[in-house]
Ligand binder design. Structure first.
Ligand code: HEC
Ligand code: HEC
Length: 291
């Protein structure tokens, strides 16, 4: 058989399709992880560190229903594709994370995959928690394991077709998600790197302060963004014509994140929640690094 350019092109095309199908298939078919063996109780220092990181990550705000038990889930997050419900993170064995091993917890935060192998919706900011160190993720797990278990089954998500399929998540992930830990920039100071880690990792500031495309992918990090609920606009933190914080003294940004207001500026709506639940509880050194 003669190899014509057309045949060669066809072969390449077939090969490319094969590779794509294999990639999608391996993404779809993540293994379920076994239930945890009885874990030793978490140590107090790890729990305290995890509690602090949970503040920075504002985990409780999403994982608590209005008026509900802390971390017991049931809070719906509205997106243009439907509502995604954040689940129960308390150590209840049936409805919470009681049977999760540290490995399963790491896989959820680093790879966005649940213990049963299901891909998670990016309303959970795992595109940011993927940057967190293993020690910090384990500390978060320790903190959650120290909570009183609450037996409360999760409400189902109400997403429109085709967004309710795992295939839609594979597409989103191919376009928008690269798992990987934070890489410090050796040209910058330790304080700069600590700030970059907190802002881009656990505190996921860019989850709101980034422009998003029609498929919900973040483009232009720290550009401005209409929030997915359709009501709020998070200003660009890098464009001086918007929030203008580049021209602020560091201490003024720190004060805003601590108190929610400074002379001439105050936070509102979703940002007021961020200050109330998260940044006001952080150490001043960390806020300065973030600023
Ligand atoms: C902006 C809201 C939001 C924040 C902040 C958030 N989550 Fe979530 N989280 C979600 C949603 C929504 C889901 C459900 C995703 C799904 O089911 O596909 C989820 C799922 C999870 C899961 C998987 C649960 C399961 O049963 O598979 C874990 C673990 C988790 N979150 C831990 C955390 C931790 C730890 C933090 C803080 C660092 C955090 N989340 C911060 C919204 C959030
Ligand atoms: C849940 C979405 C959300 C998250 C997460 C979020 N922000 Fe915001 N942010 C907003 C919105 C909406 C505004 C605009 C309303 C306002 O100015 O209060 C805003 C405003 C701001 C402003 C400008 C205030 C002004 O008056 O110009 C700063 C500074 C800021 N955010 C910093 C941060 C930092 C730092 C983080 C990470 C710790 C963060 N934001 C995380 C939604 C968010």
């Amino acid at each position: 058989m003669k190899v014509t350019p057309l045949r060669a092109a066809l072969a390449v095309l077939l090969l490319a399709c094969g590779v794509l199908v294999a990639a999608v298939w391996s993404e779809l078919r993540g293994p379920a992880l076994p239930a945890a063996e009885a874990l030793a109780p978490p140590d107090a220092e790890q729990v305290a560190r995890g509690a602090y990181l949970a503040r920075a990550g504002n985990c409780m705000a999403c994982h608590t229903a209005r008026g509900g038990a802390p971390y017991a889930g049931g809070h719906g997050i509205e997106t243009p594709f439907g509502t995604v419900v954040a689940g129960n993170l308390t150590p209840d064995p049936e409805t919470g994370l009681g049977r999760w091993s540290p490995e399963a917890f790491r896989r959820a935060l680093h790879e966005g995959r649940s213990r049963d192998g299901r891909l998670l919706y990016p309303a959970f900011p795992y595109a940011h928690t993927t940057l967190m160190t293993e020690a910090d993720v384990d500390a978060l797990h320790a903190h959650l394991r120290s909570l009183p278990p609450v037996h409360q089954a999760n409400r189902p998500h109400t997403l429109r077709f085709p967004y309710d399929t795992q295939a839609a998540l594979v597409v989103w992930r191919l376009l928008n998600f690269t798992p990987g830990r934070f890489q410090p920039d050796p040209a910058q100071s330790a304080e700069w790197n600590r700030g970059a880690y907190l802002v881009n990792g656990p505190a996921h500031c860019a989850a709101c302060h980034s422009a998003r495309d029609a498929l919900g992918g973040a483009s232009a990090a720290f550009g401005a963004s209409d929030l997915p609920d359709g009501h709020w606009f998070a200003p660009s933190l890098s464009d001086p014509r918007q929030a203008g914080v580049q021209q602020w003294a560091t201490e003024r940004i720190v004060a805003l994140l601590q108190q929610g207001r400074v002379d001439g500026a105050s936070v509102m709506g979703p940002m007021a929640d961020v200050v109330f639940h998260s940044t006001q509880h952080l150490q001043t050194d960390d806020l300065r690094a973030m600023a």
